[in-house]
Write a protein that binds this ligand. Structure first.
Ligand SMILES: Nc1ncnc2c1ncn2[C@@H]1O[C@H](COP(=O)(O)OP(=O)(O)OP(=O)(O)O)[C@@H](O)[C@H]1O
Length: 225
């Protein structure tokens, strides 16, 4: 679904990622680890075509990125759900309205999707918080809301950047359960995380590949992590 082939990228000309290849096939489950600043968020941004590689090819749902114009990229991005590190909510909108945002951005009328929004909020355990503002949500509620928003367009791929960054262990496991459930539906999952316990917990439930980004290179991490 998303394939990176020999990608090189750097900000302001200084090299950050060097010859990265990665294949997010249907039903795959990947973890991306690595030291702070190694380029995990940058790699995620390349996966959803928010950044263009300096070298190499990114193929998204069969389409090589260098041949895609802005409209085509916007269309393909709807098939990729992204859970951003900071959640990225609009603070003046309710949880329900934030979750509905991608619908409007995709040219759909959110009022026609009330049932789907309700179903998603119930699935992440936030049915009763639908009218709350982001500032009124706990860290774990925010993360689950961000997951709901990433799923509203029924994406084939879910990219999550530190989805358990600010939550306790119980909530981390709850989020993991949701992501594993999505994976069992056939969605490709990529999670950037520092949380090795989360990776261990996931490996007890799914076949997950653990990749480590270091000094611009991507390697398969050892079994001991
Ligand atoms: N827009 C930008 N312009 C210039 N440099 C940037 C930009 N975004 C990130 N960087 C730099 O690129 C490097 C990699 O950043 P990135 O956020 O991808 O790392 P990361 O592995 O996700 O880090 P963390 O684990 O701390 O979230 C860092 O040194 C960062 O300062």
């Amino acid at each position: 679904m998303i394939e990176l082939s020999d990608i090189t990228y750097g900000y302001d000309g200084s090299p950050l990622l060097n010859g990265i290849s990665l294949d997010l096939s249907p039903g795959s489950f990947h973890f991306l680890t690595g030291p702070s600043g190694a380029g995990k968020t940058t790699l995620l941004k390349l996966c959803y075509l928010d950044l263009k590689p300096a070298k190499g090819t990114i193929t998204v749902f069969g389409a090589p990125s260098e041949k895609l114009g802005r409209d085509a990229i916007a269309k393909l991005r709807r098939r990729v759900g992204v859970v951003h590190q900071d959640c990225g909510f609009l603070e003046h909108l309710s949880l329900r309205e934030n979750v509905a945002m991608p619908l409007a951005a995709a040219g759909q009328d959110p009022t026609q999707h009330d049932a789907e929004i309700d179903e998603l909020l119930a699935w992440v355990g936030l049915a009763r918080r639908a009218d709350a503002l982001p500032a009124e949500l706990s860290g774990g509620e925010k993360q689950r809301a961000a997951l709901a928003r990433a799923l509203i367009l029924s994406p084939d791929v879910v990219l999550a950047d530190e989805p358990t960054g600010n939550v306790d262990w119980e909530m981390s496991l709850r989020l993991l359960t949701l992501l594993v459930e999505l994976n069992r539906m056939g969605k490709a999952i990529l999670i950037a995380t520092h949380d090795l316990n989360l990776i261990r917990a996931a490996k007890a439930q799914v076949t997950a590949r653990v990749l480590r980004l270091r000094r611009g290179q991507l390697d398969v991490a050892g079994v001991d992590l």
